[in-house]
Design a protein around this ligand. Sequence first.
Ligand code: PLP
Length: 374
Amino acid sequence: MNKEELERLLADKKSKDLPYNHILSSMCTYPHEVAVYAHEMFIESNLGDSGLFKGTKEMEDEVIAIIGELLGNSNAYGYISTGGTESNIQAIRAIRNRRRREGLSDMNIIVPETAHFSFDKIADILSIEVRKAKVDHQLRVDPESVKELMDERTICIVGIAGTTEFGQVDPIEALSEIAEDSGIFLHVDAAFGGFVIPFLADRDKYKFDFTLEGVSSISIDPHKMGMSTIPAGCILFRDGSYLKELAVSTPYLTIKEQYSLIGTRSGASVAATFAVLKYLGKDGLKTVVDKCMKLTELLVNGAKQMGIEPVIEPVMNVVTLRVHDVDAVVKALRAKGWEVSTTRSPKALRIVIMPHVNDDTIESFLEALNEVVS
Ligand code: PLP
């Protein structure tokens, strides 16, 4: 195939991909232009063998310090993963390995029933029982339910700061107290909320980070609200010895050991994350969140005017709406070119307001929704 033919073929495939402007179901978005620039510049960089790519490694170290500082601990230990799934696996694997070395078997962890499905993968991969704690009427995990499920083989409790379906924040402060009282590892899955909550006007209501003494590790994804390129997740531990639990020796590389789940690892998305954080800074990230939250309010108010109520008042830029016959509404919206999704329990229409959404998007989506429901 010559280059022109290949370009035509690629353009044809690209034309079948949906552009983000009508996607309201995804937690990903267009990467920031500086992320694309940096990604291209470091396209061949492989952090699986970081001694060869010292500049990229320096960027990773700085990114870890910047994100750690954002989450209340500039001395956190971690690395840039492929996303929330890898970060969650690695957090649980670290504490599993520690407790296994201490002689424990048949271990379990407790997650909210609203947890992301990555925890079902964890149950399978790590051969760990994953117990699901009940949530309250606001879809936040019930700390009493967590306590009831705990026993002597519980190695970790998990709280979610920004649930995938409802954008709700669990009472991490209460979970932190339980973790401290019982000496149990607390992992916070802030894959989505980590780049949102620190910039909310009412952020003090949603304590979730390392400023809470019981929090042991946090997942936070630059490739979601951090506007980096895919794949970019981040796992941070308060105590660096947990990173050591993940180490395997790498005899023929420039480094002695590797902590990541995968081997060959994109330095490009690390450079992209570095670029966004340096370029936007906290002020720039806040501007992104402010815009998403304004549009979230616009959508909720518009829906209320149609007589449609949200399942919860949105905490962050995830809106869930109570409509009759959710599946039919999703189908009709899709026929009009809108990609939305649904929640499981209660079943509702789910809309994520990512940075690619603007006033016009909300206005025309509300028009479409009005036509569909009436
Ligand atoms: N955790 C939460 C709360 C999520 O919302 C998601 C994805 O939406 C994940 C974990 C998994 O992230 P990834 O798809 O990047 O592996």
